[in-house]
Design a protein around this ligand. Structure first.
Ligand code: NAD
Length: 262
């Protein structure tokens, strides 16, 4: 069903992983897309791929670093100029940062993760929300299971993803009166570049083994697929979602519920 026909969705981090999977899902439902990323090559490839596969939609790509306020203002302005409105926003760009115990964590890397994962999401909300006031809209912020639970060795990631969950709840309360529904997703380990890189850091000699160990701890015995997150993004951004607001929804095969052995 083309339930995104004539709708415009901004996707940050749209050049790969969860952002690109969501772009494909939304494009298959007729949505026009504004892809934002700081990876120039990846962005070009993603745009071409979408244009070739989905002939009935419009896609624009905007090179921007979401940690820079002016760049965020510009991707909002450019999208409005091209499409006239913003109906959905997937506020998704993020990085993991290094892996190290808290007492050894590099301060500059910590600040960089905050700039991208926290300030980038905040700038996105600050500049997209007012543009949705007139006609309403749907927002999905990308948190993580690390936004619900503690995770060893990635303190700034966990801190910023908890912040994303917090900002989601506040935005949901402040802007529901404009018919803007804001939710967050909390994916577990989903097979994207970010997780592949993370597995290399966990076990540099044998990243595949690290992945298998991760999978073993999951009640479903496997990692997630980007398409599985994309389906939920599409639902939350669609008109079918008319009353879910301010929620942080785990997509992790049930893993975040575990206490004790499986
Ligand atoms: P990914 O690395 O495949 O994609 C992230 C994209 O964001 C890349 O295209 C990258 O270039 C872009 N990006 C990063 N920093 C940016 C910046 N400052 N400005 C503009 N673009 C930037 O990773 P992914 O797994 O698709 O991650 C997407 C989001 O999902 C992230 O916020 C991540 O924390 C979150 N997440 C991922 C998982 C997972 O298991 N993959 C789990 C939980 C949460």
């Amino acid at each position: 069903m083309k339930n995104f026909k004539n709708k415009t969705i901004i996707i940050t981090g749209g050049a790969s992983g969860l952002g690109l999977a969501a772009a494909k899902e939304l494009a298959s439902k007729g949505g026009n897309l504004s892809l934002v990323d700081y990876d120039e090559e990846g962005l070009k490839k993603a745009k071409e791929e979408l244009k070739n596969e989905f002939l009935d939609i419009k896609v624009i790509s905007i090179l921007a670093d979401v940690s820079e306020e002016e760049a965020v203002k510009n991707y909002v302005k450019t999208t409005l100029k091209e499409f006239g409105s913003i109906d959905g926003f997937l506020n998704n760009a993020g990085i993991e940062g290094d892996q190290a115990p808290m007492d050894e964590y590099d301060v500059d890397v910590f600040k960089k993760v905050v700039d991208i994962n926290l300030m980038g999401v905040f700038y996105g909300l600050k500049y997209v929300l007012p543009e949705m006031k007139e006609n309403g809209g749907k927002i999905v912020n990308m948190s993580s299971v690390g936004g619900l639970r503690g995770v060893i060795n990635i303190t700034p990631y966990v801190a910023t993803k908890h912040s994303v969950a917090g900002m989601t709840k506040s935005a949901a309360m402040e802007f529901a009166k404009y018919n803007i529904l804001t939710n967050a997703l909390a994916p577990g380990a989903i097979l994207t570049n970010m997780v592949a890189e993370s597995m290399k850091k966990v076990n540099p000699e044998n990243p595949k083994k690290a992945e298998e160990e991760f999978a073993k701890r999951n009640p479903m015995g496997r990692l997630g697929r980007p398409e599985e997150v994309a389906k939920v993004v599409a639902f939350l951004l669609s008109d079918d979602n008319s009353y879910i607001n301010g929620q942080v929804i785990a997509i992790d095969g049930g893993e975040s519920n575990i206490y004790g052995n499986l």
